[in-house]
Design a binder for this molecule. Structure first.
Ligand SMILES: [Zn+2]
Length: 372
């Protein structure tokens, strides 16, 4: 196994829930956990500049292997000096393996032990994604946290499908680990297994030896009930290695964020905050607010009074509503800033509550106040 220059320090564990506060030390800086990570699929967090991300307290962002491989091509990013230089972001970057996108976006997939043959959703051109290529692309991108290539199945899938996908994910993980560069880059294995506990346990067991400083939980929030997801997180909590961050992939509505952290998850990401922003919806402490509705026509208050984000400090509901309805891009940008700050702030508050020994009270208050 290759060395990696990452370490995880647990500062405090909530004795009631098991929620954790820690620091992931990376060569590109520390990440205080629990953390929400904004998603920048196409090497950009949609509509936002680097200054916006800095101001909202983003510590790490995500990007995507599949998308950057197809466009502009990882060789171009490498020529630019890597993804950090290319997109003007010098804090850590996590790149998703593209496994999920190969299964959700591309056409005509052919899965075998060798890899996945797929047709680009952009050009129709055929490619073969192998574990080695997946590692190679992430090496060219020079992202800090690299995800192993995995096969995700839909919920509720059959046991046989989930078992087959888990088996393939295991074979691919072994090859990813062999091809991975180590050093200033860390590989996160992904625990699959759908909603089958015995498969999840098996996956966690075979992933653990490959996890140097982080492990991911994939294949949740793919159509199952939230209660099923929470039950699986409860089940995995004592099984996953304790001394490294656990990353729950693609999950990040405010309620899922807090409930995930309460179940020992340390890192989460989701496209939801920027996606709903483009539709004119904002997160608030009490639930979602559809800012484009006519009730806000003459409402000159901030989206959320007391919110420290740039949008709330400078603009009103009435103005943002006007921008959204007029199709002006600033509307989506301001709501994206607010929604991302809302989730980053929620993770910061969770961390403060764990460190301050009042997380169970914080959780109870959140459950009472936030309407799903
Ligand atoms: Zn705000």
């Amino acid at each position: 196994m290759k060395d990696c220059n990452f370490s995880f320090e647990i500062e405090k564990i909530c004795p009631v829930t098991g929620a954790r506060a820690g620091i992931l030390h990376t060569p590109r800086g520390d990440i205080k956990t629990p953390v929400f990570m904004p998603v920048g699929t196409q090497a950009t967090v949609k509509g936002l500049r680097r200054e916006d991300l800095d101001e909202m307290g983003a510590q790490i962002i995500l990007s995507n292997t599949y998308h950057l491989f197809l466009r502009p091509g990882h060789e171009i990013v490498e020529k630019a000096g890597g993804l950090h230089t290319f997109m003007n972001w010098d804090k850590p970057i996590l790149t998703d393996s593209g496994g999920f996108q190969v299964f959700s976006l591309s056409k005509l997939r052919k899965v075998s032990e060798a890899g996945v043959e797929f047709q680009s959703h952009l050009s129709g051109q055929k490619f073969m994604m192998t574990p080695e290529l997946c590692m190679d692309i992430q090496k060219s991108l020079d992202s800090d946290i690299n995800m192993a290539l995995d096969q995700c199945t839909e919920a509720p899938g059959t046991y046989a499908e989930a078992e087959k996908a888990a088996e393939l994910t295991k074979i691919w993980l072994e090859r990813c680990a062999k091809a991975h560069q180590g050093g200033n880059h860390v590989l996160f294995p992904i625990v699959q297994g759908n909603l089958y506990k015995d498969l999840r346990k098996k996956c966690a067991e075979y992933c653990t030896p490959y996890a140097k400083c982080g492990i991911a939980i994939g294949g949740l929030s793919v159509g199952e009930a939230k209660s099923d997801m929470y039950e699986m997180l409860d089940f995995l909590h004592p099984i996953l290695p304790h001394d490294m961050p656990r990353y729950l992939m693609g999950v990040g509505s405010p309620d899922c964020l807090v409930e995930g952290f309460a179940r020992g998850v340390d890192m989460m990401d989701c496209v939801l905050p920027t996606r709903i922003a483009r539709n004119g919806t904002a997160f608030t402490k009490t639930g979602k607010m559809v800012v484009k509705n006519s009730q806000y026509k003459e409402d000159f208050r901030a989206i959320e009074e007391g919110c420290d984000c740039y949008a709330c400090r400078h603009y009103s509901r009435a103005y943002i509503r006007h921008l959204i309805n007029a199709g002006e891009m600033l509307g989506a940008e301001l709501l994206s800033i607010h929604n991302l700050r809302f989730l980053i702030n929620l993770a910061e508050k969770t961390r403060k509550a764990i460190l301050g020994d009042y997380f169970p009270e914080f959780l109870a208050e959140f459950r009472k106040t936030y309407k799903i």
